[in-house]
Design a protein around this ligand. Structure first.
Ligand code: ADP
Ligand code: MG
Length: 624
C-alpha cells in the first residue's frame, strides 16, 4: 500500500494557486477587486511584457495596517467575511481570502501599504510563499502591489502563457471591463510605458464608454432604462447599424459586478433580430439590478458566470429593455406598416406606438424564451452566430430563376464574360430578363427607394437595396467561380494587426468573393483584383470593412464567409435613393416575386410588403 503523505504547505499553496492564478490577467482582476473593496477612487495598473515580468496596481484606498499585512498573505485570510452566515450576502467582490496567498506562491510579490491613521506604512516582500521583508516604510495612503516574474517557480505553468501581446490584451480587457463597471473610479492603464486608458471617474457611464470603447461606438448608443418585475435594466445599447462581427463590446453588470450570462446575451441579441445584420452582434453595456435572492453568484470559481433562480424573468426584462430602447431610440422609423395590420388611415400617437411595441416585446420575449432550447440558453456566449440556421434556408441560388438546377450556371457564363470585358459600376446585373416570365406590372417608385409593382391580386412595395443585396448575397453563396476584375494598378493597403491577420489567414475565402489579395508583410497587403461591381469603391476602406467582417476568429468558417458575402453584397447593391431604370426595377421585382427565399435582406430586414386587393377594397368600403 502506498503511504499517504501530507503535502508540505508550499506545495498545497501551489496547487490551490492554480485555481485563482491562471495568467497575468487573473492577477490583475484580483488586485483590482481588492483595490475597489478598499474604497479607492483612483487606481493605476501598469504592466510590462504582458504582465509576465511586471505588474503593478496602485490604489488610494484604505490600506492595510502594519500588523495585518502578513495575515493578508495567508490562505483563507480575509477581512471581508467572518462566518458562514455572511456567505449569503456577498456585498464585496473578493471573499475567498486566497488571492494574495495564491499570487505570492507563484510569483515575487512586493507590497507598500499605509492606512490614513498610521504614521508609517509597511514594506513587505514575499517570494514563492516565503516572506523576505517586513518593514516600516514611508509611503502615501493606499496600497501598491507589485507582482514580478509570474510562474518563475512553476515552469510547467509558464509554458501555458501566450505571447506577451495576447497576455497584455487579456489584461487590457480586464481593466476595460472593470473600468466600465465603476464610472465613479478613475482608472489608468499603462502598458510598456504607454498610457492606454484613462477614465475620468466622474460617475457617468457615457464618459467611461467613450474612454474605453472609443468615439465611434459611443456615438451610436441608445439609452436603456427599463423595469420589469423588480428587475431594473439600465445602460446603453448600440444602434442596429453599429453591430459588429464580434461580441467584444458586450458588457453585462449584475448588481454592480461584471458577469457573464447566456440568458442576458441571448435576450439582448434576440431584441436585434430583424434589425441587425445576421452574423453581427450588438454592443451594449447593461447594468442589471435584481434583488439579491434572485441570483446565485457562487457557481463558478472565477465568479463571472451567474445563474438566476428565475432565468425566464431575466430574459423578459432584458429583452423588453433592449427592444424598448431600439423602438423608442432613433434607430427605427416612427411608423411601421405590418403585413397583417396595414391600415394607412389609422395614426398612432408616439405613446401608443411605444406601448404597442412594449407589449409586443413582452409577448415576443415569452414566445422566444419558450422556443429557445435549454442548451442554447446555457452556452450562448461562445456559440456561432445565431443567424446561421436561417441563412441555410436561403442558400439556394436564385439569381437566374427559381432553383439551382434549372440551368442557372450555363446561363451565367455569357454574362460573366461580358462583365469582365467592360466592368462598370452600373452593372447591377439586373438588365437581363428573368428566365421565367411572370406577370408583374411596374407601377412606379417611391422616394427613390421603394419599387411598387402589381402582381395578380396584390400590390408589392419592394425595398430595392434590400432586395438587390439579398440577390447578390445568394448569388455569391451559390457561385463557384466568382467574378473578379484585375486592377490597373494594384493597391497597397495597410491594416491594423487584427485586420491584417484576418485578411492573410482568409485569402482563399476572399478569392471566393472575388478579391485577390496578397500578403505584403509588415501589416500591409496588396489588392490585385476586386469584384467588378466594386471597382469604383475606396479600396482601403473596403478592405478594412471586409477584414472586420471576417476577423472574429471564434466564429466558424461558414459564419465568417456569410459575413464577408454580406459586406460585399451590401457594397455592390444598388443604393436607396439612386436612379434605377424601369427595366431594372421590373426585373428586380420579378426576381423577388418569383422566388420564395427572398424574404429578408441579409441584415434581416424585410425585402417586400404585400398589400392585398381585398385589404384595399375593405379600406375603401367597397366590400365589408
Ligand atoms: P480577499 O480579497 O478574498 O479577502 P485577498 O487575498 O485578495 O482575499 O486579500 C486578503 C486581504 O488583504 C483582504 O481581505 C483585505 O483585507 C486585504 N487587502 C488586499 N488588497 C488590499 C488593498 N488593495 N487595499 C486594502 N486591503 C487589501
Ligand atoms: Mg481579493
Amino acid at each position: 500500500m502506498p503511504k499517504i503523505n501530507v503535502l508540505p504547505r508550499e506545495i498545497a499553496e501551489l496547487i490551490a494557486a492554480g485555481e485563482v492564478v491562471e495568467r497575468p490577467a487573473s492577477v490583475i482582476k484580483e488586485m483590482l477587486e481588492n483595490a475597489i473593496d478598499a474604497k479607492a477612487d483612483k487606481i493605476t495598473v501598469e504592466i510590462q511584457r504582458g504582465g509576465i515580468t511586471y505588474m503593478r496596481v496602485t490604489d488610494n484606498g484604505c490600506g492595510i495596517s502594519h500588523d495585518d499585512v502578513p495575515l493578508a498573505f495567508l490562505r483563507h485570510a480575509t477581512s471581508k467575511i467572518k462566518d458562514g452566515v455572511d456567505l449569503d450576502c456577498i456585498a464585496t467582490l473578493g471573499f475567498r481570502g486566497e488571492a494574495l496567498a495564491a499570487v505570492s506562491s507563484v510569483a515575487r510579490v512586493e507590497m507598500l501599504t499605509k492606512t490614513a491613521d498610521s504614521e508609517f506604512g509597511t514594506h513587505y516582500i514575499i517570494e514563492g510563499g516565503k516572506q523576505l521583508l517586513y518593514d516600516e516604510a514611508g509611503c502615501p495612503d493606499g496600497t501598491t502591489v507589485i507582482v514580478r516574474d509570474i510562474f518563475y517557480n512553476t515552469p510547467a505553468r509558464m509554458k501555458f502563457l501566450k505571447k506577451d501581446v495576447s497576455e497584455a490584451n487579456a489584461v487590457s480587457s480586464v481593466v476595460d471591463r472593470i473600468a466600465l463597471s465603476h464610472p465613479e473610479i478613475s482608472f489608468k492603464f499603462i502598458r510598456d510605458g504607454k498610457q492606454l486608458l484613462s477614465t475620468s471617474g466622474d460617475g457617468e457611464l457615457k464618459s467611461v464608454v467613450y474612454s474605453v470603447l472609443g468615439r465611434d461606438f459611443s456615438q451610436s448608443l441608445i439609452s436603456v432604462s427599463y423595469e420589469f418585475e423588480h428587475i431594473s435594466v439600465e445602460g446603453l445599447t448600440c444602434k442596429p447599424v453599429a453591430c459588429r462581427p464580434t461580441r467584444n463590446n458586450q458588457f453585462v453588470f449584475l448588481n454592480g459586478r461584471l458577469v457573464r450570462s447566456g440568458t442576458v446575451t441571448a435576450a439582448a441579441e434576440q431584441a436585434y433580430k430583424n434589425s441587425a445584420m445576421i452574423g453581427k452582434f450588438p454592443g451594449f453595456v447593461l447594468n442589471i439590478t435584481v434583488p439579491f435572492d434572485a441570483v446565485d453568484v457562487n457557481v463558478h470559481p472565477a465568479k463571472t458566470e451567474v445563474r438566476f433562480s428565475d432565468e425566464h424573468r431575466i430574459f423578459s426584462a432584458v429583452y423588453g429593455a433592449v427592444k424598448n430602447a431600439l423602438n423608442t431610440g432613433d434607430s427605427r422609423p416612427a411608423v411601421s406598416i405590418s403585413k397583417h395590420t396595414f391600415n394607412p388611415f389609422e395614426r398612432m400617437t408616439t405613446e401608443q406606438f411605444r406601448q404597442q411595441n412594449i407589449d409586443e416585446a413582452v409577448t415576443a420575449a415569452e414566445r422566444i424564451y419558450k422556443q429557445l432550447p435549454e442548451i442554447k440558453k446555457e452556452s450562448f456566449i461562445n456559440k456561432a452566430p445565431q443567424g446561421e440556421m436561417r441563412l441555410n434556408d436561403f442558400e439556394k441560388p436564385v439569381f437566374y430563376g427559381k432553383t439551382a438546377d434549372d440551368g442557372a450556371h450555363t446561363q451565367e457564363e455569357p454574362k460573366r464574360a461580358a462583365a469582365t470585358a467592360e466592368p462598370q459600376k452600373e452593372d447591377t446585373g439586373l438588365k437581363n430578363t428573368v428566365s421565367e416570365e411572370i406577370p408583374v406590372t411596374l407601377i412606379g417608385e417611391a422616394f427613390g427607394t421603394y419599387i411598387i409593382v402589381q402582381k395578380e391580386n396584390s400590390i408589392f412595395l419592394i425595398d430595392k437595396h434590400a432586395a438587390h443585396e439579398r440577390i447578390l448575397f445568394n448569388k455569391l453563396k451559390a457561385e463557384h467561380t466568382p467574378q473578379s476584375q484585375a486592377m490597373l494598378t494594384p493597391v497597397r493597403v495597410t491594416l491594423e494587426k487584427r485586420e491584417y491577420d484576418a485578411v492573410i489567414n482568409n485569402t482563399d475565402m476572399l478569392l471566393k468573393a472575388g478579391f485577390e489579395v496578397e500578403d505584403f508583410g509588415n501589416g500591409s497587403v496588396i489588392v490585385r483584383a476586386v469584384p467588378p461591381t466594386l471597382t469604383g469603391e475606396n479600396i482601403q476602406l473596403l478592405i478594412e470593412e471586409i477584414a472586420g467582417s471576417i476577423s472574429d476568429t471564434s466564429s466558424v468558417n461558414i459564419a465568417r464567409e456569410d459575413n464577408l458575402f454580406h459586406t460585399v453584397a451590401c457594397k455592390a447593391a444598388i443604393k436607396a435613393g439612386s436612379d434605377t431604370g424601369d427595366l431594372e426595377m421590373l426585373n428586380l421585382a420579378k426576381r423577388v416575386l418569383s422566388s420564395d427565399d427572398i424574404m429578408y435582406c441579409p441584415h434581416g430586414r424585410p425585402v417586400a410588403f404585400e398589400i392585398k386587393r381585398r385589404e384595399l377594397e375593405k379600406q375603401f368600403g367597397r366590400i365589408q
